[in-house]
Ligand binder design. Structure first.
Ligand code: CUA
Length: 313
């Protein structure tokens, strides 16, 4: 009994709440929700009023004319007009951008089993690849080009706006405009396998300077100091560490892994103990994850890999 409200209230965390909007679309959706809820409450009051009147009201029969009008107004006119108003209000919120509007930033998002491959389009046309943690500038229109490598996933940042499916073989475009700097949480919103619920991504919305600083730091190549065991164990066959390994497009890019807040796509806090647990047996933490377990490596080797990973700021 005590746990129930705690669990329910945990769902009200503003980091992942469509009712604590921090983006243009999220504001419109929250308004739609409150408008629909209020309209639904009014309808409920009218229906309950009529029901109470029917049970407790006077027992004398009403005229046939009153009955006809009651059905015509209450059963035909009121729902038709009421639903039409709600429909028009809902349709007015559909995105209205055309092909000629150019977004201020484009991020390519490829959903994987079970993580997010992110690729920022830079001003010079090149791409900056990262994973599982989005950094966005405030008050800018950002276009997400969504696709998937395996099954249908859905990209959703409740505090910033609506969700959209990531579908293999096609690219869906979603535009969001954050209005408030802060840390939010995005999730996969389409069941995609046993670790669907472990496919989240922190979202940090920066002011313009903060975003420029992040972008600049993220573009720097990594240091190879201490990378010996990481390379010898073959980690570079799947993971890119820019400046240290060849470019690989199998696992998440690890160039600035230590700068991220979580590992395993929002699953664990990013620290040495959790990294060791993750490398040893990712499948126990995240069922069906593609990364193989490295329990067979001596613990000293695994620790040496962790030491290198935590140095990748
Ligand atoms: Cu990916 Cu659910």
């Amino acid at each position: 009994m005590l746990a129930a409200p705690v669990i329910l209230l945990a769902g009200c965390s503003p980091q992942q709440s469509a009712l604590h909007p921090a983006g243009v679309d999220a504001h419109e959706l929250a308004n739609l929700f409150w408008f629909m809820s209020a309209a639904g409450f009014v309808v409920w009051l009218i229906v309950m009023g009529a029901a109470i009147y029917a049970v407790l009201g006077r027992r004398k029969p009403t005229s046939e004319r009153f009955g006809d009008n009651f059905i015509l107004i209450g059963g035909v006119a009121f729902p038709t007009i009421g639903l039409a108003i709600l429909l028009v209000f809902g349709l007015s919120l559909l995105p209205s951008w055309g092909r000629d509007d150019v977004p201020e930033l484009r991020v390519h998002v490829q959903a994987e089993q079970y993580w997010w491959r992110l690729s920022y389009e830079l001003r010079d046309g090149s791409r900056l690849e990262t994973a599982n943690e989005l950094h966005l500038p405030v008050d800018a229109v950002i276009e997400f080009a969504l696709t998937s490598s395996d099954v249908i996933h859905s990209f959703w940042i409740p505090a910033l706006g609506g969700k959209m499916d990531a579908i293999p073989g096609r690219t869906n475009l979603l535009r969001l405009e954050p209005t408030k700097p802060g840390i939010y949480r995005g999730v996969c919103a389409e069941f995609c396998g046993p670790s669907h619920a472990l496919m989240a991504f922190p979202v940090e919305v920066h002011d313009a300077d903060g975003f420029a600083a992040w972008l600049e730091a993220e573009q720097r190549p990594a240091s190879d100091v201490g990378s010996g065991t990481f390379l010898a164990a073959g980690c570079g066959a799947c993971h890119t560490v820019r400046g240290v390994t060849e470019i690989s497009s199998i696992g998440p890019d690890l160039t600035h892994l230590a700068a991220r807040g979580t590992i395993g796509a929002g699953t664990l806090p990013n620290n040495a103990d959790q990294l060791l647990a993750w490398i040893s047996s990712p499948d126990h933490i995240k069922p069906d994850a593609r990364m193989p377990p490295y329990e067979s490596l001596p613990e000293s080797d695994r620790r040496a890999i962790v030491d290198y990973l935590v140095s990748l700021k």
